[in-house]
Write a protein that binds this ligand. Structure first.
Ligand SMILES: [Zn+2]
Length: 290
């Protein structure tokens, strides 16, 4: 009887988790012809080649699709410092989640023009992890894969292979992955360790103080958004990998780094508000006390 209940629980849970583990929603692709390009990746990343020596550029690799070729970069702030807290920042793993892309560019340019360095922090920015999706305004990469399901064992997609190859020997303190949600009313975040609850609450308090609404609508019984807070339980992580055979950035980096957060800005807000949210989160990364 116990095992029957457990099986029922798992089945129920998988049904839920399959839709919701990474909350930002899906746009189903029904037409197989590639959608037109709405943005230009090269143009968007051109600023990274003009940064000062506060930053180091690493060419991580190239992703090729029939008529498109994208060089991918890791942009590191304060590389040479030793014994620093070191963070990984990811954006546009889903190519159509654009506000973080624009906000992170502004943030990097601000960091570059400021006189003082943040001495205690080193940050690797993976600026647009899904270049094809970014150009074509798609969640998926050029082969139709959701890159944020590809962190399970052998990485299948070129983008994630390139990322992992570039960061696998780095000891990270934390990872911040920026997403946008198309149906939530307010901001929400996901974290993976109970020890990060205080940091999560601190972030949510900052959002409230800036008059941003926190999401309470996003409900999936087990992973429930509560005033913008979603704690991904050990069981959720286990089921995701062992039953669905998938993993997201959060599930993967949770095993490596201490402070792992997924942020979801509500797409229904105007772009400037969403950019401001991302700016608050990045400032927090550089200034908080762990
Ligand atoms: Zn997303």
């Amino acid at each position: 009887m116990k095992s029957a209940i457990r099986l029922l629980g798992i089945t129920f849970f998988v049904a839920i988790i399959g839709f919701s583990m990474i909350a930002c929603d899906h746009d189903q692709v029904t037409d197989t012809s590639p959608p037109p390009k709405v943005r230009n990746y090269e143009e968007q990343i051109s600023f990274i080649f003009r940064l000062s020596n506060k930053f180091t550029l690493n060419e991580m690799g190239t992703v090729n699709y029939s008529e498109d070729s994208y060089k991918m970069y890791r942009i590191t702030y304060n590389e040479s410092a030793e014994n620093n807290r070191r963070y990984l920042v990811i954006c546009a793993i889903h190519g159509h989640e654009e506000a973080p892309v624009y906000a992170i560019k502004d943030f990097i340019l601000n960091l570059d023009s400021q006189e003082n360095m943040f001495e205690n922090v080193t940050v690797d920015f993976i600026y647009i992890l899904n270049p094809y999706g970014f150009e074509h305004h798609l969640r998926y990469n050029g082969d139709g894969h959701d890159l944020n399901r590809d962190f399970y064992k052998n990485f299948k997609t070129r983008e994630i292979q390139i990322l992992i190859n570039s960061v696998k020997d780095i000891q990270y303190t934390g990872m911040f992955d920026f997403h946008e949600h198309r149906s939530s009313n307010g901001f929400f975040l996901e974290y993976y360790q109970k020890s990060n609850k205080q940091l999560a609450l601190q972030i949510l308090r900052m959002m409230r103080e800036n008059n941003f609404e926190l999401d309470n609508e996003y409900i999936d019984v087990i992973l429930k958004s509560n005033n913008g807070e979603i704690y991904v339980t050990p069981y959720a992580k286990w089921a995701y990998e062992n039953i669905l055979k998938q993993a997201s950035t959060g599930v993967y980096f949770d095993k490596i780094a201490k402070e792992v957060f997924i942020f979801e800005t509500p797409h229904k807000l105007d772009i400037e508000s969403r950019k401001k949210m991302v700016n608050i989160l990045l400032t927090f990364l550089f200034t908080h006390t762990p």
